[in-house]
Write a protein that binds this ligand. Structure first.
Ligand SMILES: [Zn+2]
Length: 332
């Protein structure tokens, strides 16, 4: 019996597919699409490859660190499927070039994203362009895949989504874009590095060990030397995480093509030496009334919790909080 519908393998051969994201899900997906016969695949990803991606994003190698995920993923797959068309875009899916007309050229869109914001954006474009969307995500060890077809199924946003409680490490360490990313960095990485179990692996290591990988005996900046007072130690940490690590991140031009470049900050540029004297102008009489509720703010004589701190005040709070943590915790 003749049918007007093409055989399913023909449908695959002629299909034009858009993949958004070439990370953990994207690598797996692109390999599977190429091996199952798809021949025209477009990939959008604004990210560059990080050392911390290599354990699972198997299309990437150490030598690719710093390069575009979309482009390297394409090259990796072309090695075993040389005759298919893969078009990479090292760009943000929210860029205006990826409009409704752009989406209309595809038969299906597959998401491999790491944030709700971009997922919602793609969902709306797929609805507007009337293109089916295959949405996937992971939470810990759980994976989810849903299919969204306009007029037949619910869309990605029909059901409210809980706010995520964890964030990708690369976002936290290299490209934070929300306040919550900075808080998670401070709490889960910096605080853990300074006061947590020293033997625990910590992703703040990634930056410092990248630069130091040539030498085994490089000093760990997070270890306080015997000849260092707490002020010098605090400034060393400050300069490392807000200065040196930022310079290191900036050295990868690809990362900043579509993002605002961060500015390295060193303590000597923010705080004069006079201010840096330990406990310079601290009103001790009120600071330690109750030794179990010590605050860096009170200790520095800053009274109004509604004030918006300047860079200088933030820096002083950082150093003072560090000093208090190290001196007060021994008493408790
Ligand atoms: Zn909906």
């Amino acid at each position: 019996m003749a049918s007007s519908r093409p055989h399913s393998s023909d449908a695959i051969k002629v299909a034009k597919v858009l993949m958004v994201g070439a990370g953990g899900i994207g690598c797996e997906l692109l390999k599977t699409l190429a091996l199952s016969g798809f021949r025209d695949i477009h990939i959008i990803d604004m990210d560059t490859i990080e050392v911390s991606n290599l354990n699972r994003q198997f299309l990437f190698r150490q030598s690719h660190v710093g390069q575009s995920k979309a482009k390297v993923a394409r090259d990796a797959v072309l090695k075993f499927r040389p005759h298919i068309n893969i078009k990479p875009y090292h760009a943000n899916v929210k860029d205006p070039e990826f409009n409704v007309d752009f989406f209309k050229q595809f038969n299906v869109v597959l998401n491999g994203l790491d944030n709700l914001d971009a997922r919602r954006h793609v969902n709306r474009l797929c609805l507007a362009a009337d293109v089916p969307l295959v949405e996937s995500g992971t939470t810990g060890f759980l994976g989810q895949v849903t299919v969204h077809v306009k007029g037949k199924t619910e869309c990605y946003e029909c059901q409210p989504k809980p706010a995520p409680k964890t964030y990708p490490v690369c976002t936290i360490t290299s490209t934070p874009s929300k306040f919550v990313h900075c808080i998670v960095w401070a709490k889960d990485l910096l605080f853990a590095k300074l006061f947590g179990d020293k033997n625990q692996d910590n992703d703040l290591n990634v930056r410092s060990s990248d630069a130091a990988s040539s030498s085994e005996n490089v000093e760990d900046v997070f270890v306080r030397r015997n000849d260092e007072d707490i002020e010098q130690y605090g400034r060393k940490i400050f300069d490392h995480v807000f200065g040196y690590n930022i310079e290191l991140a900036l050295s990868n031009e690809e990362t900043w093509k579509n993002r605002n470049r961060p500015k390295p900050i060193y303590s000597k540029d923010v705080l004069s030496d006079e201010l840096a004297q330990p406990n310079g102008n601290i009103d001790k009489s009120c600071a330690f009334d109750d030794e179990f509720s010590v605050s860096a703010m009170a200790s520095l004589g800053m009274k109004n919790p509604q004030d918006i701190w300047s860079l200088k005040e933030n820096s002083r709070i950082f150093l003072e909080a560090l000093r208090l943590f190290f001196t007060q915790r021994r008493k408790v």
